[in-house]
Design a protein around this ligand. Sequence first.
Ligand code: TXA
Ligand code: MG
Length: 334
Amino acid sequence: MEIIVPTEENLRRAARVLAEGGLVAFPTETVYGLGGDAWNPRALARIFEAKRRPSFDPLIVHVAGIAALDDVADLGALSRESRTAACALMEEFWPGPLTLILPKRPRVPDLATSGLPTVAVRLPAHPVARTLIELSTGAVAAPSANPFGYLSPTRAEHVASQLGERVDLIVDGGRCPVGVESTVVDVTGPSPRVLRPGGLSLERLRRAVSGIEVLDRTDPAPKAPGQLANHYSPRSDLHLVLPGGLAGVRPSGRAAALVFDASSRNRLGPAAARFADVRALSESGDLVEAAANLFDLLHELDAGGFDEIWAERVPDSGLGAAVNDRLYKASKKT
Ligand code: TXA
Ligand code: MG
């Protein structure tokens, strides 16, 4: 494994590694992706192996433009209403942190979609991701570049320490600005449905398209495995409490607290002394900043070797929904 900076020459080299079936981790605006050529089943198999990811969990295919989108997905197979909604979402939010579930073209390998008739497609905004995809075959399959179930990477160093020699190249593009994964929206059903909250807020989606539904998280047969418990987990035990609930917590070991903002830090009062470290997701209470800091702080706290991490829920609006989703899943151990 080698870490390279994103010069044009280096990106050409990374694209060659992809073309030869290798794995390249690269930055997107959300999190780092573990990329492989979407047309090459061997490369796809290597992604699953490197992540120790179950093969029933399908990948997102990243494209850099509409021509490649047409190679991957068949918009013509959608109903007229769905097609209108899909096009409106693409026009409004691409490039950006939105993944759409669309009917797949037959030539997309089944390994990318876990045999589903649909494919997840995303057109990222990050310039490094876009250039790399353009220099490649045009379609790069990339899950988040972390071992299955563990914290998502927002820096090249996170990828290096988590995946090590299981990846051929890591393109270091600095810290990912959004910090949580893309919002996944399925447009193949009767109305658009959010399968995973993420870097694009529900409020913004609803302003662009009407009738958006949100997946019932108590559904016994989850369609998006991002729903599975014990996802996004640090090694330390993570406990999640309601806003303001940290003041009543009595940790049973060396513990860190993850508060939302400066005012929740103040509300802790003397209880702050029960924690070896108290960190805020955003001192000013900005949910966009909180999302950007989430995995970064969890990685840092995890490296601190605490027995427990106690986190409080943040407000559920805007990107708060994605933050709470990741914290909730990180707190699940089964
Ligand atoms: O921001 C992101 O989306 C990042 C960056 C690298 O682009 N990628 C990412 O990929 O988060 P991954 O593999 O960690 O998450 C993909 C999600 C999973 O929850 C998966 O189940 C869902 O998308 N998914 C993929 N294909 C699907 C399909 N055909 N139907 C329903 N869900 C699908
Ligand atoms: Mg992931």
